[in-house]
Structures are given as C-alpha cells and as structure tokens.
Design a protein around this ligand. Structure first.
Ligand SMILES: Cc1cc2nc3c(=O)[nH]c(=O)nc-3n(C[C@H](O)[C@H](O)[C@H](O)COP(=O)(O)OP(=O)(O)OC[C@H]3O[C@@H](n4cnc5c(N)ncnc54)[C@H](O)[C@@H]3O)c2cc1C
Ligand code: SF4
Length: 328
C-alpha cells in the first residue's frame, strides 16, 4: 500500500505553503481525476492537500465580469442563474461533460487541471513521455483514435479532455491564481501548453500555485451560441471532437465570432483565423463552410484518427449553424 499524508488547511496561505514546500505534495479538490491517477499508479503524491475547507465556491457578478470560485462544482455552475444568463455557453459545455454524479463532485479548478485520458498515460506498463519523460510515446505508433490532429509533437499526441475549458477558451476567461510569489492572472489561452519536448508539463501553473477563481469578461455572446460535442455514447464519454461557437449577429451580419475546439489538441484549440474571416460576413452556411475549411489548415492525423479530418470541419459548420439559428 502506498502511504501518503493528508492535510486539510483552513486558509489559502496554508494550502499554498503546504504544496509549495513539498516537491511531492498535490492539491486535491473533488478527487475525480487525482484519485483515479493514484489508484492506477500514474502519480503517487506523498502529501495530499485537501482544499475543500477554503471559501472558494462563490459565483457572483462583478462590474465587467462573471466571477466563479475554483471550488464551485461543475453541476452547480451549469445550473447557476448568473451563468445561464450571462455565459450560457459555459453552462452548455459543463452539462455535456462526464455524468451527473461526477459533475456533483468535480470542481472548476480540478476540471481545468485534469490530465489527458490517453490510455497509454494510464497504463504504467507502457512507455509514455507524459507520465515518464524520455520513455517514448506509445500512441504515435499505437491506437490513436482519440488523439490530436493539431499542435502535436514527436513526443506526445495527446489531447486535453475538458469540455468546460473549450468554452472558457472561447469566452476568453482569465484564471486567477495565488502562489508563494503572490497572486497573478493568467489569460486562458496562455494557461495550457502544447506538448513540444516537455509533454509532462500540462500548463503554466508554477509549483504551489492554487487556482482561486476564473473570471469571464462581459460580452454580447449570450444569444447566438452552441456547444457541440461528438462522442461515442451520449450517457457519458469524452469528446472525439467538440466545438464551442459564439457569434454576435446584427441584421444577419456577424459582428463578432469566437470559436474553439476540444478533442483535437493538447490544449483547447482556438480558431483565430476562422474567427477573423467570419467578421463582417453574412451568417450563411457558405461562409461557415469557408471558416471550417480555413480552421483545418495544418491539421495532421494519425493512423486511427483520420476520421477527425472530416468530423472536425463538419462539427464547426454544425455548431455555427445552430449558433446562428439557421434551418438545416
Ligand atoms: C468517468 C469519467 C468521465 C469524465 N468525463 C468527462 C467529460 O466528458 N468531460 C470533461 O470535461 N471531463 C470529464 N471527466 C473529468 C472530470 O471533469 C474531472 O475529473 C474533474 O473536472 C476534476 O475535478 P476535481 O475537482 O475532481 O479534481 P481533482 O481530481 O481533485 O484534481 C485534479 C487535478 O487538479 C488539481 N487541482 C484541483 N483543484 C485545484 C486548484 N484549485 N488549483 C490548482 N490545482 C488544483 C489537483 O492537484 C489534481 O492535479 C470525467 C471523469 C471521469 C472519471
Ligand atoms: S500521446 Fe502523450 S500521453 Fe499518450 S502515450 Fe504519447 S506521450 Fe503519453
């Protein structure tokens, strides 16, 4: 049996110190990912710092932002009136993730920090650069149906599994963190990393830094939105491909477009060029098709995920169609 120490600090400072001062300590929130990783032997922290005693559950409207505490449960956020009113895209994405039981345990901070679902990462017998740097990537020549088509490297082709994060990328959320060096705000686009040669580092959080909250800047993106998730079964499954689409449309013309994809890269994949292309255009399927084609520039599939090269642009078009309220 693997022994570990468990502490439950009552202040943010004590929690941060407990992780910052021990190379082998980790925060635990809902435990829905971390406990699985521990049971499978993928990670073995010496110390678990339970953050559930901290007052980080608040959801509130502040001038210019929607503020969501890191310990707010995924189910609570998905059903919160402020979220539904101001950022319904986030609610849609959350409601599509995992199962009701899991959403009742999973927290916002834990969702952002969840690790890849690449099956080789969980299989401690096989090489995996993310789990054990320098051992190799079993997925590149292996069964890579769930894997990336954008931004992969020779070291890792895994994808980030979160639905919530795809919506947060689209909504240009800011991650508010507190660490041994003080507080800082990380724009969502800069939070997660591409694998490069260091796939074991998922994100730009420093040792001991605690996610305290996220803030979503006000926008006019509550009306024409859609989160589309394509998966193997509807009850619960990770996305093969997902799209978060948000449009601001005035008299049929697109004034603002935001798009991101999940299930296709090591981080939520923003479609900046497609967004730019759509601005000023009529909201028509012809323009949505052109945006989807542009979004696929640079896509690269592996042996078992070539289907994503078709599924991804089709999903972009469908998400935009529903967001714009166009008939089939
Ligand atoms: C069967 C199953 C199906 C799932 N399906 C989906 C799905 O379809 N879509 C989807 O998006 N997700 C899915 N998930 C993943 C689920 O959303 C995550 O497990 C969950 O969001 C993690 O949150 P948690 O609070 O339980 O995190 P924990 O397991 O407690 O922690 C996860 C990681 O986050 C770190 N952490 C937690 N809180 C903080 C914080 N505030 N600051 C810094 N670090 C922190 C921990 O140290 C740990 O490394 C699924 C999970 C399971 C088990
Ligand atoms: S894709 Fe990444 S996580 Fe999966 S086996 Fe390769 S290195 Fe490991």
């Amino acid at each position: 049996m693997i022994q570990f120490e468990y502490v439950k600090p009552s202040t943010q400072k004590a929690a941060v110190n407990a992780v910052a001062k021990n190379a082998n300590a980790q925060f635990i929130a809902g435990g829905t990912n971390l406990v699985d990783l521990m049971k499978r032997g993928v990670t073995a922290p010496q110390k678990l710092v339970d953050i559930n005693g901290l007052p980080l559950k608040e959801i509130k409207k502040t001038p210019g932002h929607l503020y969501i505490g890191a310990l707010a449960l995924n189910s609570v956020v998905a059903g919160n009136n402020l979220v539904l009113q101001h950022q319904p895209l986030l609610a849609q994405a959350l409601a599509s993730g995992a199962s009701p039981q899991l959403r009742n345990m999973a927290t916002v901070g834990g969702n952002i920090m969840q690790r890849t679902r690449c099956s080789y990462f969980y299989d401690t017998v096989l090489p995996c650069n993310k789990r054990e740097p320098g051992t190799g990537c079993s997925a590149i020549e292996g069964y890579n149906r769930m894997h990336a088509i954008f931004g992969s490297s020779l070291s890792c082709i895994a994808v980030h599994p979160s639905d919530m994060c795809v919506a947060l990328a689209t909504l240009e959320a800011v991650v508010m963190v507190s660490g041994p060096g003080g507080d800082r705000r990380i724009p969502f686009a800069d939070f997660h990393r591409l694998p490069g040669e260091t796939p074991h580092i998922d994100n730009n959080l420093q040792k001991g830094e605690l996610i305290v909250a996220i803030e979503i800047p006000d926008n006019n993106l509550a009306k024409n939105i859609h989160y589309l998730k394509v998966r193997d079964r509807a009850s619960y499954a990770f996305a093969l491909v997902s799209v978060a689409a948000a449009l601001q449309i005035n008299n049929g013309t697109i004034e603002k477009a935001r798009l991101a994809m999940g299930g296709v890269a090591h981080k939520p994949w923003r479609l900046f060029e497609a967004e730019k292309m759509l601005v000023g255009k009529e909201a028509t399927m012809e323009h949505f098709k052109a945006a989807a084609t542009l979004a696929m520039t640079g896509a690269k599939a592996f042996e078992h995920n070539t289907f994503k090269l078709k599924m991804a642009p089709n999903s972009i078009m469908e998400a935009l169609r529903v967001a714009a309220g166009l008939e089939v």
